[in-house]
Design a protein around this ligand. Structure first.
Ligand code: NAG
Ligand code: NAG
Ligand code: NAG
Ligand code: NAG
Ligand code: NAG
Ligand code: NAG
Ligand code: NAG
Ligand code: NAG
Length: 457
């Protein structure tokens, strides 16, 4: 259903693009799929899907933080574009007047102190998600009025400010409380810290292969044509560097995500095809690092999936347990969990060489992982039976193995049993074993130290 709707909108956009020399500034609904820097609200189905005759027993959610500012390095690079804009000659450029004027008068006012922070749109992302969920899950989210009880609603956040803030605004919106002591995950808690897997042999190779496939794509005809087109439309003589084009892309998409109805100046230099190429480039990287291209993705995502299954199992057995379990983390967590659950699995691999073939791929970070992306699982009781529905960005997903959306809990439990009962699937709990702690000491925190991957956080 989701993909059909998107296919339709793409078709309409294609039609718009055929009208030559259209000014971006005058385009009504410009293309707005920007990989993992897409705005949530432009994608979400916002549907209040409910299952008749079902009572919610437990709601489980893993959410990425809302829209945030660029990273420090990105802010630095984006700032440099003001200098470059001065060098654009109006006569040589092929942009229409409205578009070139916007670029010429463009100014950037973020500094490094603002880097990575949840911005005003990020606050709205989580607040509106809270309002929608409260509306759909009246049976378990409306019973709670004044005081926030952390036993009934379990919350855990990554320690990054943008995640803690996301949790704060979500809880304020759902429960009308200001929770200032959001529980932060312990650094050895591998449910939402996937750094542990640095230690698995050949992890570096896997990570490299993601970057490698992306680099290969950068040398492909598609990227090369993009560089030529952007260079030409700006009227420069020699080809722009990929880094410069990436900064322009970032300037465009971060501004678009912050202000959904805006027409950011730098977006004007890209055709729709360019934006699709840049999107694929990132999808490739995610696919090999956090998706099906990574042969240990099941192991990476097992602690969080085990948490989900364990929570549902307890509830379904009538044991006490929270009504809601809410995690606030990062892009890397959401993507790896989607792959661990088996959603958005294409029958062909994404390659640097099959861009055209993969136009209708399921593994598309613009759909799967915009800002505030989320995975929700709901455990229901329907006429005495226990059922489960998974949602990605509030869209109900079909569990392909059984062809169901409202699935019997027993089937789901059985499907994930190999993952959950595996002895290699362990994670920190307050009574953590000495071995786990020991192992953790030998591990290195790596993702943030890797330039190329910092954007995953
Ligand atoms: C969904 O929510 C919207 C807005 O809250 C409401 O107008 C609409 O009637 C609801 N639809 C269903 C099927 O509940
Ligand atoms: C910023 O630009 C420099 C130089 O072009 C490049 O090496 C670096 O990767 C860029 N950083 C980011 C985060 O894009
Ligand atoms: C960034 O924050 C520091 C400490 O709060 C402050 O001293 C500095 O002036 C700020 N820099 C900018 C560019 O705002
Ligand atoms: C919550 O508030 C609503 C409306 O203010 C009220 O009708 C309901 O009884 C309250 N529920 C509880 C559990 O306090
Ligand atoms: C939460 O904090 C905001 C801003 O400080 C305040 O306006 C609001 O009344 C507070 N809400 C509650 C329930 O304390
Ligand atoms: C994630 O886990 C690793 C390995 O235990 C640890 O070194 C690192 O500090 C953790 N990351 C964060 C942000 O806590
Ligand atoms: C990490 O690697 C070391 C050395 O290869 C190994 O002894 C240890 O068991 C590994 N830990 C985990 C958690 O895989
Ligand atoms: C993804 O799909 C491929 C091909 O259809 C299949 O072989 C593979 O097992 C699937 N992966 C997962 C993790 O479900």
């Amino acid at each position: 259903m989701k993909f059909f709707a998107f296919a339709l909108s793409l078709l309409l956009m294609n039609y718009a693009k055929c009208q030559k020399n259209q000014c971006y500034q005058l385009t009504k609904n410009p293309y707005s799929l920007f990989a993992s820097k897409s705005a949530y609200s432009s994608l979400s189905a916002n549907q209040n899907y409910t299952n008749q005759n079902c009572r919610t027993l437990q709601l489980w959610m893993l959410s990425r933080h809302g829209t945030r500012n660029p990273e420090e390095h990105q802010i630095e690079n984006i700032s440099k574009l003001t200098e470059l804009a001065k060098k654009i000659s109006i006569e040589n450029s092929n942009l229409c007047q409205e578009d070139i004027e916007e670029i010429k008068k463009w100014a950037y006012n973020l500094n490094k102190n603002d880097s990575c922070m949840l911005n005003s749109q990020g606050v709205r992302d989580l607040s509106s998600l809270g309002i929608r969920l409260k509306n759909v899950y009246r049976d378990i989210l409306y019973t709670f009025n004044d005081t926030f009880n952390p036993m009934t609603y379990k919350v855990l956040s990554s320690p990054k400010a943008r995640c803690v803030d996301s949790a704060f605004y979500f809880l304020r919106s759902v429960f009308n409380v200001n929770v200032t002591d959001i529980p932060l995950r312990h650094e050895d808690d591998f449910r939402i810290n996937i750094s542990k897997y640095k230690n698995i042999s050949n992890y570096d190779d896997l990570e490299e292969s993601g970057v490698e496939e992306m680099k290969k794509f950068e040398n492909s005809i598609h990227m090369q044509q993009l560089i030529t087109r952007v260079t030409k439309i700006l009227g420069f003589e020699s080809n722009l560097k990929i880094e410069t084009i990436k900064s322009m892309y970032d300037a465009c998409r971060f501004e678009k995500a912050l202000n959904i109805n805006s027409h950011p100046a730098w977006c004007a230099i890209f055709t729709q095809e360019d934006l699709k190429v840049l999107e694929y480039r990132e999808d490739l990287q995610h696919y090999y690092f956090l998706g099906y291209g990574n042969s240990i993705i099941k192991r990476i995502s097992c602690p969080i999936i085990k948490d989900l299954i364990t929570n549902f199992r307890q509830k379904s057995q009538g044991l006490p347990g929270p009504k809601g379990v809410f995690y606030f983390a990062h892009s890397s967590n959401v993507l790896s969990t989607i792959a661990g659950l088996g959603f958005a699995n294409d029958s062909s691999r994404l390659l640097s060489s099959n861009y055209e073939e993969m136009q209708n791929r399921k593994w598309r970070s613009s759909y799967l992982d915009p800002f505030a992306s989320n995975i929700i699982a709901a455990l229901y009781e329907c006429d005495g039976d226990h059922k489960v529905t998974f949602y990605v960005n509030e869209i109900p997903m079909v569990v392909e193995k059984y062809g169901c959306t409202l699935c019997p809990w027993e089937k789901i439990e059985k499907m994930f049993d190999p993952i959950v009962s595996s002895s290699s699937c362990s994670f920190y709990q307050s009574t953590s074993s000495a071995t786990l702690i020991l192992n953790a000491i030998t591990l290195v925190f790596f993702i943030c130290s890797m330039n190329i991957l910092t954007s995953l956080y």
